[in-house]
Design a protein around this ligand. Structure first.
Ligand code: GDG
Length: 744
C-alpha cells in the first residue's frame, strides 16, 4: 500500500473569491489534466497506490488556507500540501530563473536568457523550501514524482534527506542539446544535472531529449552510461522516454456531447462555405505566432483563389505578462493581425479571427471539432498537447493537422503534415495541401494517429512511468545483492584469521589506487605502502600485485617489498624474493605494425595517447571527449581485430584503454598458476577492470573474489568504490571484534 506524492511548482488548483465566498478552481494545463484523469481512473500502476498527496506553491495566503480553503479540500481525492513562499523570492525563482533562464535556454532561445545570480540563488532556496517541507512528511512506502523545470534541484535535495526514497522526475519541456546547456554558468548546470541525478528515474517526452540529457551528464558530471542506465554515486539511475498522452476518451466523446455539438454547429454556421483553420496557444515566443501569421499571409498572397474561402481562428491565451520578453510580443502580434486583416479583408470577410482569452473547455472542444485544419507550429515545444487533443477530438476523422517538426509531438504524429515553422513557403504549401486533401486520405491519416493516441493515453503515461519507477528500484536491489555486507565480511575475516597460508591477489589501478589523468601519476600512497608492508610482513601471506602495468614501474614503486609482482597482465612476473622473468619469450617486432594504427587514432582523438610497455601497447582514451573517445575506441577495436586475425596477438577492451598483447596469457592464467604452486587455504582477489574478470572466473567458487564497482561481474561480491578497498584490507587483518567495515 503506497502513497503517491506529486510535486509540482503550483498546486493543481487556485482559489477565486466570488463576492465574499471562496471557490476552488482546477487549473488548466497538461500535467493537471493528466494526473486528474489518472486519479479518476481505477488503474494504479506498478504500486498499489492507496493515498495521494500533491505539493505545490499556493496562490492563496496561509490564513485563507487555514480558515477557508483547507475545509473545502475534504471532498477532493488527494491531500494538498501548500507551500507559502515570499513574493519577492517567488518572483526571482519563477519569473527569474525558471522562466528567464531555463525556459528560453531549453527552448533554444539563448539570446533571451538572463544569467542573473540572484535568480539562481532564489531557485536554490525555493527548491530547498520544498525539500524541507516535504522531508518530515515522508514515509518509507512513498512514491515521489517531481514535475518539471522549476524543481530540477529537488530530487537530490530529497535524496540527501531520505537516501532510500523512491523518486521519479519528469521534464515537460525539451531537454536541449549539450551545446545549448553548456552556455549556462558551470556551477548552475552542474547543480541542475546533479539535482536530477538524485532521482531513480528521469523521464522525458522524446528520444532526442533522453540522448541530450545522457550526453550532458557524461560531459558535465563525467558519469558513464550503459544504454539508458547511468551508474551515479553508486546508484543506478534510469533515463527514459514517456511521451505524455491526452485523455483520449474524454476528447473523443466530446464529439457526442449535445452542448459541445451545438457550439460546434454554431461555429460552422457562422463561417458557412469557408474552411476553418484553428490555433490555440499561450502567448509565448516559443509558440511561433509571428512566423505562423507570416506563413498565413504568404499563403493568402500566393494563393489568392483562397481569399474569402478560408478563416484563421487564432486564440491566444494570456501568459507570463510580467516578464519583459513576453510583454512586447502581444503588441507585435496584434499589429501583424491588423496588417493582414487590413490588407485582405472585404466587406463580408475577415481572414484572421483573433481572440485573446482563456476558452472554457466546451468552446475549445467545439473549435477542435469545427476546424478543417489545425495549424500548430511552435518554434520549440516539449510535446504539445493541443495537437494531440485536436486529433483525439476528431471523431469523424475529418480534418488535417499541420504540425511543427520542432514540437515533441512530431516524433509520434508522423501522419500530420510536418513543417518547419520558420519556413513560410513550407507552411503555406502545407495549408494548401491540407485544404485540398481528399477525405479518404484525411481519414486514413487521422485513423493512424488516433490509434496511437488511444493506445498510449494519459493514464497509460502515468502508469508506465510509475511501473518503470518500481522496476528501477528492483534493478537497484538486484545490484545490491552482490554488495559485500558486514556479515559476509565477518565470515571472511574469520577464515582469514584461521588460515595458515594465504594468497592475496590485488590489481593495482582502480583497486589499490584511484585513476589519475596520466598513468605515471598514479603512484602508491604512503597509506598503501604501509598497508602492503604490514600484509607482506605476516609470513602467512603471499601478496601478489597483478597488474596491466609494465615491470619497470611496478619494480620502481613496489619492488622493495617482499611481495610478488605480475606485470602486463602476466607477460612477465617476479615471484617473491626472485628475479623478473618473461612468461613467454617473445620479440616485440609486432608492435611496429600496431603503433602506426594507434598513432592514427591519437591524431583523430584529442586527449588520447599511446603507452608502450615491454610486452603490450595501449591506446588510452580516459582524457578525451567521452563520446568521441568511446566511438573511436570501437573503431580501433574493429580495425585491430581484423588486422590480428590468424595471429598470436589479441585485443583487450579495458577501462578507457584498448591494448594489444600476445595471446596465451592473461591475469586468470597467471593467478591460477600462482595459487596452484603455493596451495593456500585462503585466496582473496580484488580487481576493477574487465581484465580482472579473467581472475574471478579462473579462481572459482572457493576464492574470496571482489569487484570494485557495481556492474555485472563474475566476482562473488562487489564493493562500491576504490575508496573501500584499503579499509577493507585493513579490516580483514584485524582480530574479530564488533567493529564493522562500512561499504558506503
Ligand atoms: C508543458 C510543455 C507539454 C490551452 N488553451 C486553453 C486550454 N489549453 C490547454 C490545452 C492543453 C494545454 O492547455 C496546453 O498544452 P501544452 O502541451 O502547451 O501544455 P503545457 O502544460 O502548457 O506545457 C508542453 C506539456 O507541458 C505536457 O507535458 O506538451 O510542451 O510546455 O491541454 O487544451 N484549455 C482551455 N482553454 C484554453 O483557452 N480550457
Amino acid at each position: 500500500m503506497a502513497r503517491l506524492i506529486i510535486i509540482s511548482n503550483r498546486l493543481p488548483f487556485s482559489v477565486d473569491r466570488d463576492g465574499g465566498q471562496v471557490k476552488i478552481r482546477q487549473s488548466s494545463g497538461g500535467l493537471v489534466s493528466a494526473i486528474k484523469s489518472y486519479f479518476e481512473s481505477d488503474i494504479t500502476g506498478g504500486q498499489s497506490i492507496t493515498e495521494r498527496m500533491w505539493m505545490g506553491v499556493a496562490d492563496f495566503s496561509k490564513d485563507d488556507w487555514n480558515n477557508e480553503v483547507s475545509p473545502l479540500m475534504e471532498k477532493y481525492d488527494f491531500t494538498a500540501v501548500p507551500l507559502f513562499i515570499d513574493k519577492p523570492l517567488y518572483k526571482d525563482y519563477y519569473n527569474g530563473f525558471s522562466n528567464s533562464v531555463l525556459w528560453p535556454l531549453f527552448h533554444y532561445f539563448p539570446s533571451v536568457a538572463e544569467y542573473q545570480s540572484n535568480y539562481f540563488d532564489a531557485y536554490t532556496q525555493v527548491n530547498l523550501q520544498f525539500a524541507d517541507a516535504l522531508a518530515p512528511l515522508l514515509r518509507p512506502d512513498d512514491v515521489i514524482w517531481i514535475h518539471d523545470y522549476q524543481l530540477m534541484l529537488l530530487p537530490e535535495l530529497l535524496r540527501l534527506r531520505q537516501p532510500d526514497a523512491m523518486i521519479g522526475f519528469f521534464l515537460h519541456i525539451p531537454f536541449p542539446s549539450y551545446e545549448i546547456l553548456r552556455l549556462m554558468p558551470t556551477e548552475w548546470k552542474m547543480s541542475l544535472l546533479r539535482g536530477l541525478m538524485g532521482a531513480d528515474l528521469v523521464g522525458f517526452h522524446t528520444y532526442d531529449y533522453v540522448q541530450h540529457f545522457i550526453q550532458s551528464v557524461r560531459m558535465v558530471l563525467g558519469a558513464d552510461n550503459y544504454f539508458h542506465n547511468i551508474q551515479y554515486h553508486n546508484r543506478l539511475v534510469k533515463i527514459d522516454l514517456f511521451p505524455i498522452g491526452v485523455d483520449y476518451k474524454k476528447f473523443n466523446r466530446s464529439a457526442y456531447d449535445p452542448e459541445i455539438l451545438d457550439l460546434r454547429n454554431e461555429v460552422k454556421r457562422n463561417f458557412e462555405g469557408k474552411k476553418i483553420i484553428f490555433s490555440v496557444d499561450r502567448l509565448d515566443y516559443t509558440k511561433g505566432l509571428m512566423d505562423r501569421l507570416n506563413g498565413f499571409e504568404y499563403f493568402l498572397t500566393q494563393y489568392p483563389e483562397w481569399q474569402e474561402k478560408v478563416v484563421f481562428i487564432l486564440n491566444v491565451v494570456p501568459s507570463r505578462d510580467e516578464i519583459p520578453a513576453y510583454a512586447d510580443r502581444k503588441r507585435n502580434i496584434e499589429e501583424k493581425i491588423g496588417t493582414i486583416n487590413g490588407k485582405f479583408s472585404s466587406i463580408s470577410w475577415q481572414p484572421v479571427i483573433y481572440r485573446f482569452n482563456h476558452l472554457p473547455f466546451n468552446e475549445l472542444a467545439a473549435l477542435y471539432q469545427a476546424a478543417d485544419v489545425a495549424l500548430i507550429t511552435p518554434l520549440r515545444d516539449g510535446m504539445n498537447l493541443v495537437a494531440k487533443e485536436f486529433v483525439a477530438s476528431n471523431a469523424t476523422q475529418r480534418g488535417v493537422l499541420i504540425l511543427s517538426e520542432l514540437a515533441g509531438a512530431a516524433s509520434e504524429l508522423n501522419e500530420a503534415l510536418l513543417v518547419n515553422p520558420t519556413d513560410i513557403k513550407d507552411v503555406s504549401n502545407a495549408i494548401v495541401k491540407a485544404l485540398t486533401m481528399p477525405l479518404a486520405e484525411q481519414k486514413q491519416r487521422m485513423a493512424l494517429m488516433q490509434k496511437r493516441l488511444a493506445d498510449y493515453d494519459v493514464v497509460k503515461w502515468v502508469t508506465d512511468f510509475l511501473d518503470q519507477l518500481v522496476n528501477v528500484k528492483k534493478d537497484q536491489e538486484k545490484l545490491k545483492t552482490k554488495l559485500l555486507d558486514d556479515r559476509t565480511m565477518e565470515q571472511y575475516q574469520r577464515k582469514y584469521q584461521q588460515a595458515a597460508r594465504r594468497c592475496l591477489l590485488l590489481d593495482y589501478d582502480g583497486t589499490l589506487v584511484p585513476f589519475a589523468r596520466l598513468p605515471q601519476d598514479a603512484m602508491p600512497s604512503s597509506e598503501l605502502k604501509e598497508l602492503l608492508a604490514k600484509l607482506s610482513g605476516d609470513e602467512k601471506n603471499h601478496v601478489v600485485i597483478i597488474s596491466g602495468r609494465e615491470a619497470n614501474t611496478l619494480e620502481k614503486w613496489l619492488g622493495y617489498l617482499p611481495i610478488s609482482l605480475v606485470a602486463e597482465h602476466g607477460a612477465s612476473f617476479k615471484m617473491k624474493h626472485e628475479n623478473w622473468q618473461q612468461s613467454v619469450p617473445m620479440s616485440d617486432q609486432w608492435k611496429e605494425e600496431i603503433r602506426p594504427v594507434m598513432q592514427k587514432f591519437v591524431s583523430r582523438c584529442v586527449g588520447s595517447f599511446i603507452e608502450e610497455k615491454t610486452n603490450t601497447i595501449a591506446w588510452h582514451y580516459r582524457n578525451t571527449h567521452p563520446d568521441l573517445g568511446f566511438s573511436r575506441s570501437r573503431e580501433l577495436i574493429n580495425n585491430l581485430t581484423q588486422m590480428l586475425q590468424n595471429t598470436l596477438l589479441q585485443v583487450i577492451d579495458g577501462n578507457k584503454v584498448v591494448e594489444v598483447r600476445m595471446s596465451g596469457f592473461d591475469k586468470g592464467i597467471m593467478a591460477l598458476k600462482i595459487v596452484n604452486e603455493t596451495n593456500p587455504d585462503f585466496v582473496l582477489c580484488i580487481g576493477d577492470d574487465t581484465t580482472d574478470e579473467d581472475m574471478f572466473k579462473a579462481l572459482g567458487p572457493d576464492a574470496f573474489t571482489l569487484k570494485v564497482s557495481n556492474g555485472p561481474t563474475a566476482a562473488h561480491y562487489t564493493v562500491l568504490s576504490q575508496l573501500n578497498v584499503l579499509p577493507l584490507l585493513n579490516e580483514l587483518t584485524q582480530p574479530l571484534t564488533s567493529a564493522s567495515y562500512a561499504n558506503t
